[in-house]
Ligand binder design. Structure first.
Ligand SMILES: *Cc1c(COP(=O)(O)O)cnc(C)c1O
Length: 471
């Protein structure tokens, strides 16, 4: 049991859950299989904390796997949900709030002209793929090993996240004939992408990529990678799809596209835009998006799409994130860590650089950046003091602490890290009241609710956990 403390109520709940729910859970990673422990059953959450049914409090770095950027149970989001619920929970008819949300999404992303709201990231990506195939009249999709794009058929090939955890190369039940339409390439490998285009001329419908990979732990794109994919798509007549389900509104208000200055044709959003409720979106160029029914021939629909309660939570969340700063001319802002070619590694910590004209550093993202930078530096120092070698990859408020002495740039690098050490680290942190994602293939999510005290406590707990690994 990895030295796990006793959680009697969770243990009992887990037994009972297994009798009625498949594997005791409704999404595989929740089962704690990756850390060989019994999952905690959660009673409630507030701010940066979650509470299990045994009465333990944890500083939460899972954030429901990404959505809870404001922290749990944010009062403004709860108010919006209550107000919406009073007016009825679903109409199956258009509402003003959906247009307001679509307008905000389009304003945040230069590349998005039109939007379709859906209920999950899986649906968003599935729709993006269908659009790309219809638009290009081609079938082949390029995806990168270790990137996760939800659980639709074509994309469950060499996927990250929970799929990586189970060691399922590609899911049972996915016909070979469909899997064959997906070309899997290593992430951050420009040469491999070039070769794939050369080998399948006029056949590639789309390149689908997480612009910052975050489902194999956090793996940022190397310099020029996203631009190279953009160029290959343009030259090869393919659609570039950025799956920003994690990164959208997370690493910047305008997602990874704002950070790296590369525009996608279609963008998939989820997690944060739902404010903790089931809502996601696909958006992009109007000429592509207008292929969707009822205007075009690509069918897509949803009974609960744009659900009024989810849309209210979404609008409330984006309103808080959208807050604009008073920008001083010539001011410096904190950039996320970047890849240093000369040193062949990601530079740890934040660097102050002049703010590019287009890149407005909004106050909430500045706060996220400084909390996360503090955590990164603290973790790195704690590991060093304990004599444990780690590589920390971080972009804004998402980060991963990999147990390796090498840079981590793709899925193979992630798989070569020391998973045993991660499991011990995870157990040590949990015992000390820090709730990390129960898998070496997931990110840590810092929220606006995390206080300096939370971060200090986390670093202290990490110090002890690192020393235990060593000892
Ligand atoms: C979580 C995730 C998805 C799937 O979203 P769901 O809402 O779980 O269906 C797709 N792509 C990425 C990058 C994700 O992180």
């Amino acid at each position: 049991m990895n030295g796990q403390k006793a959680y009697p109520k969770s243990a009992q709940a887990w037994m009972r859950a297994g009798s009625f729910l498949v594997g005791g859970v409704n999404s595989p990673v929740r089962a704690f299989g990756g850390v060989e422990m019994t999952p905690l059953f959660i009673e409630r959450a507030a701010g940066s904390k979650i509470y299990d049914i045994d009465g333990n409090e944890y500083i939460d770095y899972v954030g429901s796997w990404g959505p809870m950027i404001l922290g749990h149970a944010h009062p403004k989001v709860l108010d919006a949900i209550r107000t919406a619920a009073k007016n009825g929970t679903s109409f199956g008819a258009p509402t003003l709030a959906e247009t307001a949300l679509a307008e905000k999404i389009a304003a945040a992303f230069d590349s998005i002209e039109k939007v379709r709201l859906v209920s999950s990231g899986t649906e968003a990506v599935m729709t993006a793929i269908r659009l790309a195939r219809a638009y290009t009249k081609r079938d082949l999709i390029i995806k990168m090993a270790g990137c996760y794009h939800g659980h639709s058929d074509c994309l469950l090939v060499a996927a990250g996240s929970g799929v990586a955890e189970t060691g399922i190369a590609s899911s049972a039940g996915v016909p070979d004939s469909l899997a064959r339409l997906t070309i899997v390439l290593p992430y951050n490998d420009i040469g491999a992408a070039k070769a794939a285009f050369a080998g399948h001329e006029d056949k590639i419908a789309a390149v689908l990529v997480e612009p910052i990979a975050a489902n194999m732990g956090v793996v940022p794109p190397i310099d020029g990678y996203l631009a190279a994919l953009r160029n290959l798509c343009d030259a090869g007549g393919a659609i570039l799809i950025f799956d920003e389900v994690i990164t959208g509104f997370r690493v910047a208000y305008g997602g990874a596209q704002e950070l790296f200055g590369v525009k996608a044709d279609i963008t998939c959003l989820g997690k944060i835009i739902g404010g903790g409720l089931p809502l996601a979106a696909v958006g992009g160029r109007a000429d592509i998006m207008d292929m969707l029914a009822p205007i075009g021939p690509v069918y897509q629909a949803g009974t609960l799409s744009g659900n009024p309660i989810a849309t209210a939570a979404a609008n409330a969340t984006l309103d808080i994130l959208e807050e604009r700063p008073h920008v001083k001319r010539g001011a410096k802002y904190l950039a996320p860590q970047s890849f240093d070619r000369a040193q062949d590694r990601f530079i740890a910590g934040s660097v102050a650089v002049p703010a590019p004209a287009k890149h407005i550093q909004r106050p909430v993202y500045q706060r996220l950046e400084s909390s996360a930078a503090m955590l990164e530096v603290g973790l790195a120092n704690a590991a060093k003091e304990a004599g444990v070698t780690v590589t920390i990859n971080r972009v804004g408020s998402i980060m991963s602490c990999f147990f390796t002495d090498r840079p981590v740039r793709n899925f193979a690098d992630v798989q070569s890290t020391n998973i045993k050490q991660f499991k011990k680290f995870f157990a040590g942190m949990l015992n000390q009241g820090v709730y990390l994602a129960p898998s070496a293939y997931e990110a840590m999510f810092v929220s606006l609710a995390h206080t300096q005290e939370d971060i200090e406590k986390t670093i202290e707990a990490a110090g002890k956990s690192f020393r235990k690994i060593k000892g």
